[in-house]
Design a protein around this ligand. Sequence first.
Ligand SMILES: [Ca+2]
Length: 182
Amino acid sequence: MSVRILVLLATFVTLTYGVSAGHNTSAISGFPKIRVGFNVESSPEPHLPLVRYGKVQYYFGAILGDTVEQVDLFCRYHGMKLVSIQTKEETANLIAGLRNYLEPSEKVKFWTSGKKYSNNNQWRWESTGLPTHYTNWAKGEPNNSGGNEACIEVFFNGAAKTLEWNDNNCDVVNYFICESRD
Ligand SMILES: [Ca+2]
């Protein structure tokens, strides 16, 4: 067997079994349906499609997902930051934007920049360094399930028009939202 075939075989085994054998953190199931007609090719120039509400621009990362560390890199690599949600109005804007971007009945989890910074269940937005004054935790959250939930994911429910928070393991694979503030 040639070296090349061995490498291909090893790659296949890693891709097929690596994640589940290593750390069972995958959370993405199925794929969100981007709304038919959402025009990602409206610009002839290469671009990252952004949606603006007031002084904040958002990138909805509902095509590829990863761990908090990786999606944070993605945002920063594109001159943005992982999202912070500082007011009720920003929650409403995100729900409206996601309902326009995705098929209206979609249910999708997104990483934010929210992280726990002390053992006293105190949280802040890593993107701004500010504590989470406004919160929108789902019922029973944050529950630190398994004693290992230090990152804030938001659960978008298009039909219910909600975007509720949950603390989750930072190594879980989720979609994500980036922001850029004026
Ligand atoms: Ca939780």
